[in-house]
Design a protein around this ligand. Structure first.
Ligand code: AMP
Ligand code: ZN
Length: 138
């Protein structure tokens, strides 16, 4: 897609530090390293995010993400890994071409922290009704 930075990387118009490549998937180092080895795995074809990606391509990207996480643990000496994909700006997505972050973690809380806090204002929520709603839509 025109003006998409990750399409340009996939087409070789913009340089990247490649970690893996096949016909459908490319992985390269994130330009802003959260921790050493922070890698992005992308589909070569343009999809705007995880939710809109064709299933077999999404599976291929996730397969590569798993292999990169395993390599970060075995070769880089990571003690943990975060696998993260943001969907839309509300969730923090800034490049609108499907990608998965594979972020090796060496020391607890060094680099970044995802904190899931229970929202006290939501204590009245009906979990059975919510679960039913989602269940019906799958
Ligand atoms: P997100 O916020 O999930 O959309 O992540 C986009 C990521 O792409 C950010 O972590 C950026 O640092 C990264 N990024 C943007 N431009 C480049 C580039 N030219 N090469 C490598 N990574 C990039
Ligand atoms: Zn693109």
């Amino acid at each position: 897609m025109k003006d998409c930075i990750f399409c340009k990387i996939a087409e070789g118009q913009i340089p990247s530090h490649k970690v893996y490549e096949d016909d459908d998937v490319l992985a390269f180092l994130d330009i802003s390293q959260v921790t050493p080895g922070h890698t992005l795995v992308i589909s070569k074809k343009h999809y705007s995010n995880f939710l809109t990606t064709e299933k077999d391509i999404m599976h291929k990207v996730m397969d590569v993400a798993q292999r990169i996480g395993q390599a970060q643990m075995s070769i880089l000496g990571a003690k943990g890994v975060n696998i993260l994909t943001n969907v839309n700006k509300e969730a923090g997505q800034s490049v609108f071409h499907f990608h998965v972050h594979v972020i090796p973690r060496y020391i607890a809380n060094e680099g970044f922290r995802i904190e899931m806090k229970q929202n006290e204002k939501l204590s009245e929520l009906s979990l059975p009704a919510l679960a039913d709603e989602i269940k019906k839509a799958i």
